[in-house]
Design a protein around this ligand. Structure first.
Ligand SMILES: Cc1cc2nc3c(=O)[nH]c(=O)nc-3n(C[C@H](O)[C@H](O)[C@H](O)COP(=O)(O)OP(=O)(O)OC[C@H]3O[C@@H](n4cnc5c(N)ncnc54)[C@H](O)[C@@H]3O)c2cc1C
Ligand SMILES: *[C@@H]1O[C@H](CO)[C@@H](O)[C@H](O)[C@H]1NC(C)=O
Ligand SMILES: *[C@@H]1O[C@H](CO)[C@@H](O)[C@H](O)[C@H]1NC(C)=O
Length: 636
């Protein structure tokens, strides 16, 4: 098994230098009209209209991938355009549009929301405070069709503009270029002026570059390993050559604060949307999941959701990194650190550029490995720009999509039963159960545990990666449609980069030497010793060590009893034999591959994957896990 992530952290180190960013823009220069033009011409592909009147009303539309006021090109542009040296100033109308199945009925408190909905609702509360209570929220319908969805948005925006007398709508675009193009067209058709900005959710803007990335070179750089590392190397080179602009300094500067406050309208704006929704009501409504599990308080406690909180999280993470002179041992220990920045990045309370620059200016050696992790986000979005429908669950390696693991098993009773055990954290595998319980409580797990629980579902319990993907979409506070879909497809071997097949979910990982993680989330196992010596039964000579905490099924009866553990009662028996199930899983996949036409594999036995959905796209042999390779072509 090749664990690219492990590899990344332990082998690679890059040189970070604090760049003297000559052509970068700091906030003050950004606020001048001149740099606005620079900014528009460099990051905004739209044709620039003549500068608008300073005293006009401008709508600033906050969206789910950029819930921030700093490093927000759209807000900056609206503020700049609205400020004038001669009074009166223009006015800013900040809005947020909540997608709701039926914009006319309130959100059903029984159905509730997702973990990420709760986070968004909390973040909106803080954003509203930053905006002096001026944030308006309206409900719009939701639809899978781009045409319908953009129509819903356009109708509501038109309504807001007609009530306020605004015509310009400022916003940050999402990664979904087709959607954004449709949206802009729609807004123009009804007479509005969209002023939109691309690329705020990544370090590079892949919307136009996707096809031009040297994918072939990247993929062939490591023919039998994940393309992740060569991709990150490529990206770092690009960033070195063309450093991303310096975002606003950390902390909300007085000048921005007062500009916002003086430009944002007062409370009478609340009636400007046709289906108003108060943040207070939204928080109540999304506080429950389908199972009536109360998210409201547990997510709020675990994840404070203001932009200041996001900065504190970034700052205290940077402070926690070992400094230059730290000894090797300490540095090693830190490699399994998690920054816990994911919800802030996923909902754009922090921009990747802010995190990137903050890491570059850190003195710690460890910051390099985190720079690379920020690049993993970009990797996902670069892949998604080749395969936009990945996000809605269409696999990249479609040849596998007919396996029973994906189509049939999900219908059987046995699958339902095992899936439920997995969701509830009752599989009998302590690491998996600890992770799934942390997920249910905090909406988050460390990456290493996500790798383990997803492997357990797909390889051990015969579940489908789609089931896992949907479950995570509901339970992850950092839910990111692109990352989540890619990672789950990889777990199911149908993604761009199935690098982590065969991840262990049974044995104790190196980062839980003391068993603290399992003891915290599976308190019923708390009193089990970490290890004990057991007599060799068969030959009756010598002893061997048993990891009682991680493999309670192998622990001697008396040890379990002393610890108050009764398997099948206080803690479940393990629900599958992980070795035989894994074997079966790969056997099934190999059988499927062996029936393929030769055009589906290359001469080295790797899957041939088309780099994009269109017929004309180039095909290439891609990294394919060893466990899937057949007979002769299997590398030793
Ligand atoms: C099955 C599965 C599903 C996942 N679903 C999501 C998801 O919905 N949203 C999400 O943000 N992450 C997801 N991840 C990736 C990863 O587990 C989380 O980003 C990470 O655990 C978040 O914790 P952190 O902020 O402490 O990460 P750190 O390790 O501190 O990394 C810093 C940042 O780098 C980015 N990053 C880290 N790992 C990855 C990765 N593998 N791919 C892309 N970007 C990465 C994230 O933005 C993260 O916040 C998933 C992983 C798996 C195995
Ligand atoms: C924002 O805050 C103000 C002041 O507290 C409040 O009146 C308004 O309803 C809030 N906005 C939303 C959308 O809830
Ligand atoms: C689906 O699964 C059931 C139960 O395992 C099996 O009997 C049936 O043949 C399967 N159907 C297909 C189409 O594979």
């Amino acid at each position: 098994m090749s664990d690219a992530i492990q590899y990344e952290i332990s082998i690679h180190s890059i040189q970070c230098s604090i760049r003297n960013d000559n052509n970068g823009m700091n906030h003050h220069s950004l606020l001048s009209i001149l740099s606005l033009f620079l900014l528009l011409s460099s990051t905004c592909p739209l044709t620039l209209k003549t500068p608008s009147k300073a005293d006009a009303v401008r709508v600033v539309w906050f969206r789910d991938h950029a819930l921030r006021v700093r490093d927000n090109d759209a807000l900056d542009a609206a503020l700049t355009a609205s400020r004038s040296t001669n009074k009166p100033h223009g006015r800013i109308v900040p809005i947020y549009l909540w997608k709701s199945f039926d914009s006319l009925i309130p959100i059903d408190p029984v159905t509730g929301g997702t973990a990420s909905d709760v986070f968004v609702a909390n973040a909106l509360g803080h954003l509203n405070r930053t905006l002096n209570g001026g944030l308006s929220m309206g409900k719009v319908g939701t639809s899978d069709s781009h045409d319908m969805q953009t129509q819903f948005y356009a109708d509501e925006l038109a309504n807001i503009c007609s009530t306020t007398g605004a015509s310009e709508v400022y916003y940050m675009e999402s990664h979904d270029i087709e959607f954004e193009d449709a949206l802009r067209e729609n807004l123009k058709n009804i007479g509005l002026v969209p002023v939109s900005f691309r690329g705020g959710h990544c370090l590079l803007d892949y919307s136009s570059k996707a096809e031009k990335l040297p994918w072939k070179k990247i993929i062939e750089a490591h023919p039998f390993r994940s393309p992740l590392i060569p991709f990150v190397d490529y990206l770092l080179e690009q960033l070195e050559e063309n450093p991303p602009s310096q975002p606003n300094p950390l902390g909300l500067e007085e000048s921005i604060a007062s500009t916002i406050l003086s430009l944002v309208g007062d409370k009478k704006e609340q009636t400007l949307v046709s289906n108003p929704l108060a943040i207070r009501d939204l928080k109540d409504a999304v506080g429950y999941t389908k199972n009536r599990y109360c998210w409201g308080s547990s997510i709020t406690t675990a994840w404070p959701a203001s932009e200041e909180d996001a900065y504190s999280a970034l700052q205290s993470f940077l402070d926690s990194l070992p400094q230059e002179n730290a000894d090797e041992n300490q540095a090693l220990k830190r490699t399994h650190l998690a920054s816990r920045l994911s919800p802030y990045l996923a909902r754009g309370l922090l921009s990747p550029k802010q995190v990137y620059h903050a890491l570059l200016s850190s003195k710690s050696k460890e910051s390099a490995s985190f720079v690379r992790r920020i690049c993993w986000r970009d990797y996902t979005y670069a892949v998604v720009s080749l395969f936009p429908d990945v996000v809605s669950g269409r696999p990249i390696r479609e040849g596998y999509s007919k396996t029973k693991h994906e189509t049939n098993d999900s219908e059987t009773e046995q699958n339902k039963h095992l899936f439920q055990l997995w969701k509830d954290g009752n599989t009998g595998f302590p690491l998996v159960d600890a992770g799934m319980r942390q997920l249910a409580s905090e909406g988050w797990m460390p990456q290493k545990v996500r790798l383990s629980v997803s492997t357990c579902l797909v390889e051990g319990l015969g579940g489908s990666w789609k089931q896992g993907m949907d479950h995570f979409a509901e339970y992850l506070v950092d839910y990111d449609p692109a990352i989540n879909a890619n990672m789950w497809m990889n777990a199911g071997c149908v993604g761009f980069d199935p690098y982590y097949v065969g991840t262990d979910y049974k044995r104790r990982p190196y980062w839980d030497k003391k068993g603290e993680y399992v003891r915290k989330w599976c308190p019923e196992l708390q009193n089990l010793p970490d290890a004990c010596e057991v007599a060799e039964a068969q030959r009756g000579i010598g002893t061997f060590r048993v990891d009682c905490l991680y493999e309670p099924w192998s622990a001697p009866e008396d040890v379990l009893q002393t610890a108050g553990v009764l398997l099948g009662d206080t803690y479940p028996h393990r629900c599958c034999d992980e070795r035989s199930e894994r074997k079966r899983f790969f056997q099934d996949l190999r059988k499927l591959r062996s029936a393929w036409a030769s055009s589906k594999t290359d001469e080295r036995g790797r899957d041939v994957v088309r780099l994009g959905r269109q017929q004309g796209c180039e095909s290439i042999g891609m990294f394919t896990p060893k466990a899937l390779l057949l007979g002769k072509s299997k590398r030793s």
